[in-house]
Design a protein around this ligand. Structure first.
Ligand code: PGA
Length: 241
């Protein structure tokens, strides 16, 4: 794993966006794996700026999101469908038919949706560049501790800490989804290149363990040590400085 430590969150966001922009310029039809959450907000802002002011062209890019809550309508304000529309899809020239996010609509046949999603990624030729954050408990996408390194897209129960972290985005405790659809650890490791992003003190311990601890299913992010092409961009706080 190559590690780049930046002075602050803004620089992390700029470095991440520049790495993605270079990849898109080199290969305009590449396939991205895209995260949600707080960490990539600055990166998306910078990608939108590059589109508007530097002509960064997403017209041939394909994008698969990493996960989605199960039990939220697509247009629920906290769904990752809504997040992606607001932060990226409505602001750049990504073609809607080139984007995909697991469908967590209430009542959906979730297992069939997981199969559809994994097959769609495979049929697209796999993910060229996958960007992923890390949870304070070491999760990547919604692969919580204990997830098999052979896992693929599936329904998962969220860890209590993950539910607690999500609480601030929902009006009531009872509204926070308890489960999600996530691509698996194996799906992540199948990507040709992985960009890991971590910002802030709350991530420092998980980051330190990811870089130093033995590879273990109790720490999902440690699976990234098994991949030949991972770049971690961390701000100083996440690196524990
Ligand atoms: P965050 O989430 O970017 O909102 O901190 C990261 C994650 O839990 O994977």
């Amino acid at each position: 794993m190559r590690v780049l430590v930046t002075s602050d969150y803004r620089t992390l966001s700029e470095e991440a966006a520049e790495l993605i922009a270079r990849a898109v310029r080199t290969r305009p039809g590449l396939t991205l794996g895209l995260p949600t959450g707080n960490t990539p907000l600055g990166m998306y802002q910078e990608l939108v700026r590059k589109h508007l002011h530097e002509g960064l062209d997403f017209s041939r890019v394909r994008a698969f999101n990493l996960d989605e809550y199960l039990g939220l309508a697509r247009d629920h304000p906290q769904s990752y469908h809504s997040y992606m529309r607001a932060r990226l899809f409505d602001q750049v020239n990504l073609q809607r038919e080139n984007t995909d996010i697991p469908d967590g609509t209430p009542g959906i046949d979730a297992d069939a949706e997981c199969d559809r999603y994994e097959n769609a990624i495979r049929d697209a030729g796999g993910i060229d560049l996958l960007i992923v954050g890390i949870g304070a408990n070491g999760h990547i996408a919604f692969n919580e501790p204990g997830s098999s390194f052979d896992s693929r897209t599936r329904v998962v129960l969220l860890a209590p800490g993950t539910i607690a972290d999500a609480r601030k985005y929902f009006a009531r405790e009872g509204e926070v989804p308890r489960s999600a659809i996530t691509i698996g650890i194996r799906t992540i490791l199948d990507a040709r290149r992985i960009l890991l992003l971590a910002s802030g003190r709350k991530k420092a311990e998980a980051v330190e363990r990811t870089l130093r601890d033995p590879v273990s299913e109790s720490l999902p992010a440690s699976a990234l040590q098994l991949h030949p092409d991972v770049i971690a961009i961390l701000d100083e706080a996440a690196r524990g400085h």
